[in-house]
Design a protein around this ligand. Structure first.
Ligand SMILES: CC(C)(COP(=O)(O)OP(=O)(O)OC[C@H]1O[C@@H](n2cnc3c(N)ncnc32)[C@H](O)[C@@H]1OP(=O)(O)O)[C@@H](O)C(=O)NCCC(=O)NCCS
Length: 207
């Protein structure tokens, strides 16, 4: 990645953005973060989180940036220990995607996902994303909960993530929550079957 000063030009990059990744921690440290990237945590905390993830063994950060400022990102990492999929050797979690509100609806999320999924490493993994409605910016996007779910299903569908049924209690806790999955081309049948077995562990309690 170019040093940030090399990208500063007299013409401001107000409407232009670059996509890049996986971005190493040193490069992230040199960038500013857009102060409206607060969907998951305050912006500066989010920048720290991106740096931490980029240092993890399976961690990858892709960003959209305008000049020296991160205006959007998508994260990948080993699933959190408390998720059942953390026990599967080939599962990679798409942890979060966020685009700053003033940069939304310009196709950046879609472009960022396409860029990240061009990485051949993705084909070695079963990528999962656990979409919990309490993470969604319903107000900022002016959408009802199930409209938002549809937007996300379509967005992640662009990189072939597909909705899967599961009895994972975090997903079944609310009907809007969804699990989406993509099998990499180089994932073996054995690993896929192991994953399929993990979708239902029979722990759901029906009332
Ligand atoms: C969800 C989010 C990442 C979308 O980012 P974005 O850059 O605006 O998305 P894009 O411009 O690439 O749009 C992708 C598709 O979703 C649709 N879309 C995006 N926002 C929409 C909205 N508010 N209303 C209706 N459709 C919408 C777009 O029209 C586009 O569909 P199209 O290809 O048919 O035109 C962004 O709203 C965001 O950061 N939200 C907060 C964080 C979040 O909810 N993350 C997802 C859970 S991890």
């Amino acid at each position: 990645m170019l040093a940030c000063y090399e990208l500063e030009s007299p013409t401001k990059l107000t409407n232009e953005y670059l996509l890049e990744g996986p971005v190493v921690s040193k490069s992230l440290e040199n960038l500013k973060i857009n102060q409206h990237l607060t969907n998951f945590r305050p912006a500066e905390e989010q920048k720290k989180a991106l740096i931490e993830i980029s240092k993890m063994p399976k961690g990858m950060i892709y960003i959209a940036r305008s000049g020296c400022e991160i205006v959007g990102y998508v994260t990948f990492h080993h699933p959190e220990e408390y998720f059942r999929w953390s026990k599967h050797p080939k599962v990679l979690e798409l942890g979060g995607i966020e685009i700053s509100p003033e940069w939304r609806k310009k196709g950046i999320a879609e472009a960022l996902l396409k860029e990240a999924f061009r990485n051949p490493l993705i084909e070695e993994f079963i990528v999962v994303t656990l979409e919990f409605y309490w993470h969604w910016d319903l107000k900022g996007n002016g959408l009802e909960i199930f409209e938002y779910q549809k937007v996300l299903e379509k967005l992640f569908g662009v990189v072939s993530l597909k909705r899967r049924a599961t009895d994972d209690p975090d997903i079944t806790e609310h009907p809007a929550n969804v699990l989406m999955v993509r099998y990499g081309n180089n994932v073996s049948t054995k690993e896929i079957l192991l994953f399929e077995d993990m979708l239902f562990e029979g722990r759901t309690e029906f009332h």
